[in-house]
Ligand binder design. Structure first.
Ligand SMILES: [Fe+2]
Length: 515
């Protein structure tokens, strides 16, 4: 099937649902390597290709071979070129794809030029993969701008991937994926499409779930169009898991998490050095500098957190509780990031560049579901770890960290917010801006509930749980512009996608304002 052709430039005004539906006509052509991409055209490479972990002089190139007849080891050739026809080759090599790693390939191209676009492809067993486009980060001393998007929560059986199809036609330097790449659940028989197999628990089952998601042509197009930076959230392992505790308090959760982390590494463009350790842990928190413009801090709020307080009886995971019923919410000893990652973040804020982007999993701003005299909070997010959030934002305040913009996902809603070190103090200053992007496809809460709670949360500038999509950004030294993108018909793979709202953040002053 030919991929539907996305518009090259998104529309410039906010659109209602009917207007979005009229966007199908008159669109420009996507790049040929995206347009020509078809799932299963090349059976050995049916899961597509990807690039990630961009640096000024290097990039990780990913693929995974498929086929029941694969030998234990296959040598896979890769090449990276300065032109899309592969005349001017910049780097090439051979990587073994081995059965123990599900025949995944993590090739590390080195010696590249900073701030440059490259094209790459793989070859093995007489077949050649699709072509991908990628980009190195600018040199450390280069003034640069940055066009990026954030995305999260692509539950396969909740909707189609029109958001990815549209995004693949955007001119982006980078995509940051903020978690829930797969969902571990079995599907409801009435779902718009079905997960293969039931609840995922074993390495083979995680591998099969990744493979099912990666066969989607729109997702493949988004991987082929730009490099990705990635963090995970809970569903790559188990809903609401915390550290080594599963949601159902399953006794073998450590083995389940180990299998899930192995499958995650196998299917994502992480370097070889990031592969899970002998103890089953995998470090994903990391920094990426973008010339003189920005430092991107990507953090992990799952692996090192203290378990959620005040859970439901006989369960792990989240609950929604009143503060008066759960005073442990204010225990300053608890952490969402773990002590060493908290320290790593506090010590690594960049005081010289105009922007510090914090890529993390969920809504950071306080969100109470009732009056604040006795707030009602969801315990899995930052509200379950308020002192940890306050410590993080207090460091930003005291050290006057410039241009802190927190990027999140997880809650399946577009939220734009002011971030303050102490939401209980009316004089607490706005020290950072937050864009929590909605899900690619996963269902959200009822909008009436969210709207009814807005009066308790005046620091929220935008809150729409009824929108699917992503957020795109353009940054230069002076300002950040954000476009909140919305899919018109999430159950239609060819749906139109348009701009629902625009916000701007001035580099000199924290807090988003409508543009
Ligand atoms: Fe999610």
């Amino acid at each position: 099937m030919m991929l539907p052709v996305p518009p090259r430039h998104p529309p410039t005004t906010a659109l209602d649902r009917r207007q979005l539906l009229t966007l199908g006509a008159g669109v420009a052509a996507a790049p040929w390597f995206v347009r020509d991409l078809r799932a299963a055209d090349v059976p050995r490479f049916e899961l597509g290709i990807a690039s990630g972990h961009p640096r000024a002089h290097g990039i990780v190139l990913w693929t995974r071979l498929t086929g029941a007849d694969l030998p234990e080891r296959v040598d896979v050739r890769w090449e990276l070129a300065r032109d899309e026809r592969f005349v001017d080759i910049a780097a090439r090599g051979t990587e073994p794809a081995v059965l123990a790693d599900a025949h995944s390939v993590h090739a590390e191209a080195a010696g590249l030029e900073p701030g440059r676009t490259y094209w790459y492809r793989f070859e093995a067993l007489g077949q050649r993969s699709a072509v991908g486009r990628t980009r190195t980060t600018p040199a450390a001393d280069a003034s640069a701008r940055l066009r990026l998007a954030i995305a999260s929560c692509q539950r396969f059986d909740h909707g189609h991937y029109a958001a990815w199809r549209h995004m693949a036609g955007e001119d982006l330097d980078l995509l940051i994926f903020l978690g829930d790449y797969i969902y571990e659940y079995a599907s409801n028989p009435t779902a718009v499409r079905q997960h293969d197999g039931g609840l995922v628990r074993t390495l083979e089952q995680y591998r099969a779930r990744y493979a099912q998601y990666k066969r989607d042509p729109a997702l493949q197009a988004a991987h082929a169009a730009f490099p990705w930076l990635m963090v995970w959230d809970d569903h790559e392992v188990d809903n609401d898991y915390a550290n080594l505790q599963g949601q159902s308090l399953q006794p073998d959760f450590a083995a389940q998490r180990r299998a899930a982390y192995q499958a995650y590494w196998e299917h994502m463009p992480f370097p070889k050095a990031a592969r899970p350790q002998a103890d089953g842990s995998m470090r994903i928190y990391d920094r990426t500098d973008w010339g003189r413009l920005a430092r991107i801090h990507a953090i992990d709020d799952r692996q090192y957190r203290d378990v959620q307080v005040c859970p439901r009886p006989q369960r792990g995971g989240s609950n929604t509780v009143r503060l008066s019923d759960c005073p442990a919410l204010l225990d300053p000893k608890r952490s969402l990031l773990g002590a060493s990652q908290e320290r790593w973040l506090a010590e690594g804020w960049d005081l010289s560049r105009p922007w510090n982007l914090l890529a993390q999993q969920t809504l950071m701003a306080r969100f109470s579901w009732r009056e604040l005299d006795d707030g009602l909070y969801w315990t899995d997010g930052w509200d379950g770890y308020a002192p940890s959030r306050n410590r993080l934002l207090q460091v930003v305040h005291e050290r006057k960290v410039p241009g802190v913009v927190v990027l999140g996902g997880d809650v399946h809603a577009h939220y734009v917010a002011d971030l303050k070190p102490d939401y209980d103090d009316s004089k607490s200053p706005v020290v950072a801006s937050e864009f929590c992007g909605t899900s690619i496809s996963s269902h959200g809460l009822a909008q009436e509930r969210v709207s009814a709670a807005l009066k308790f949360n005046p620091h929220l500038r935008y809150a729409r749980a009824d929108q699917r999509g992503y957020v795109a950004f353009e940054l230069d030294e002076r300002a950040l512009l954000a476009r909140l993108m919305v899919v018109a018909q999430p159950d239609d793979p060819a749906s139109a996608v348009g701009v629902a709202a625009r916000f701007v953040v001035d580099a000199k002053q924290a807090g988003p304002t409508p543009a």
